[in-house]
Design a protein. Structure first.
Length: 88
């Protein structure tokens, strides 16, 4: 498992929103042919074994953590990645 922390202080609302949608997912409503349709997009925290640890800290499987880190790098968000062992 990987622990990812990131720092949103000083970020604009656009980048904060992108991080939020990536982690928590989103719902989009669109009108098509006079009918409203709703589309739900799952976030990284909806995936198996993903956990919200606290303010700007998440625990993810290695592949999911790498996906988050790539996204954070792309929008220039300061972050840290730590490999951890979780016992039961």
């Amino acid at each position: 498992m990987h622990l990812v922390s990131y720092d949103v202080r000083g970020l604009d609302w656009s980048r904060r929103g992108r991080i939020h949608r990536l982690l928590f997912g989103a719902v989009s409503r669109k009108r098509s042919g006079g009918v409203w349709k709703e589309y739900e997009y799952a976030g990284l925290l909806d995936r198996p074994n993903a956990r919200w640890i606290g303010q700007s800290v998440v625990l993810l499987r290695p592949g999911d953590a790498e996906e988050l880190v790539r996204a954070l790098r792309a929008i220039e968000v300061p972050h840290s990645l730590l490999r951890v062992s979780v016992g039961v």
